[in-house]
Design a binder for this molecule. Structure first.
Ligand SMILES: Cc1ncc(COP(=O)(O)O)c(C=O)c1O
Length: 386
């Protein structure tokens, strides 16, 4: 009997999302409008930042942030190896250089020691990525940034919600960007949010996300607005839509419930996989509360007769969808060739990469599904032990 496929991710869809979206469609206001403004307000009060600005994706939000801090051609921005290409490509948009550094063995997060080593006169900013929603060592990163007068743009694509030493991610440094891509902890299909306490940055991003026209321009087709607008810079088409906001409003209502669901799954996996000495589980430090966006395991490949890639094929045959976060940036042809990077420069990432598998962890996953994933992994490691 072929068992039901367990996907790597499935968004939690309830009547709330359907009602909000349907109401928005019926209202006739589909693009940026009152729901987007409401979502920004509700998100802002949830996070406790001074300003929250929506954008069409994390990539758009972080691009806006780098523009707002004045990144220029030839500047350098320090980023970790274990991330998605978006973290690096936004730096390339400016003909600036993403300086890719190695991560810590336990957290897979950017290593502050490596940041210090990579600083030059051209360094303008650091983009720490909170891997799987596990906050980076922000005290150390902030102190390096202060010492060298650098800006921090946190990549919090995985981190809604997460806390570092009781401070919510989104309130700590210059700018924090969240992603609402469909696999993320709050999903609007595509979408992003930028949080900052700096009014100038918030204003600049609001203007630049809609063609460089003033921030109330979205009202120009309503009876409150005016037909007249002025362009102050050649901006971008990065605005958020009310249809996305409808999903965001509905999802934000259950953000704490969804966190509890992922935490429950995290604990279940830990119980079921903890005794397997052919795996290493991911651990969190006591001084931070993660979002549990990912559940990574490290296979002890030296003790197995198959590779990680073959292991994933075996899981697929058993109807289980998994992923790998991440293929380190320096392994992608573009970054490797353009910035002359070699695997030798990244010993920790090279240790981690051949072993990592990220397991399904999404609200709505049943106990039976979690058990099936864990049992299959335990059976496969037993089957393929050398
Ligand atoms: C760490 C990280 N940063 C940035 C992004 C980009 O997010 P978006 O698709 O919203 O642009 C992702 C998306 O997967 C990600 O995992």
């Amino acid at each position: 009997m072929i068992e039901e496929y367990i996907p790597f991710h499935k968004p939690l869809i309830t009547e709330d999302e359907i009602t909000e979206v349907t109401n928005t469609i019926r209202s006739g206001w589909w693009t940026t409008g009152p729901k987007t403004i409401r979502f920004e307000k509700e998100f802002n009060s949830y996070i406790g930042a001074k300003f929250s600005v929506t954008a069409s994706s994390w990539t758009a939000a972080a691009h806006l942030a780098l523009e707002a801090i004045g990144l220029k051609e030839g500047d350098e921005v320090i980023i970790p190896s274990m991330t998605f290409t978006a973290t690096a490509e936004i730096v390339c948009y400016f003909k600036a250089k993403p300086v890719i550094v190695d991560v810590q063995k336990d957290s897979f997060n950017i290593d502050p020691v490596e940041i210090e080593k990579a600083i030059t006169k051209k360094t303008k900013a650091i983009i720490p990525v909170h891997y799987g929603g596990n906050p980076c060592d922000m005290d150390e990163i902030i102190s390096i940034a202060k010492k060298h007068n650098l800006k921090i743009i946190e990549d919090a694509a995985h981190s809604l919600p997460a806390w570092y030493k009781n401070k919510m991610i989104g309130t700590i440094s210059d700018v924090t960007c969240f992603s609402f891509y469909v696999t993320k902890t709050l999903a609007t299909g595509e979408g992003g949010m930028l949080c900052t306490n700096d009014e100038e940055i918030a204003k600049r991003c609001s203007v630049m996300r809609l063609h460089g026209i003033n921030s109330d321009a979205w009202k120009r087709y309503s009876n409150e607005g005016s037909w007249y607008y002025e362009v102050v810079a050649p901006g971008f088409k990065y605005n958020f839509t009310d249809i996305q906001a409808a999903l965001g409003i509905a999802q934000l209502k259950k953000i704490d419930f969804m966190l509890e669901e992922r935490k429950k799954i995290f604990r279940e996996y830990n119980n079921l996989l903890g005794h397997n000495d052919l795996l290493k589980l991911y651990e969190y430090k006591r001084d931070r509360k993660p979002s549990y966006h990912l559940y990574p395991i490290l296979l002890d490949i030296d003790k197995l007769s198959i590779s990680r890639s073959q292991f994933i094929d075996e899981l697929k045959k058993e109807g289980i969808g998994v992923s790998v976060h991440f293929i380190p940036l320096y392994r992608h042809p573009y970054y490797r060739d353009t910035f002359k990077l070699s695997e030798k420069g990244f010993p920790v990432s090279e240790y981690l990469y051949p072993k990592i598998i990220t397991l399904p962890i999404w609200p709505g996953m049943s106990e039976e599904q979690v058990e099936r994933v864990a049992d299959t992994i335990n059976n496969l490691t037993r089957k393929f032990v050398k």
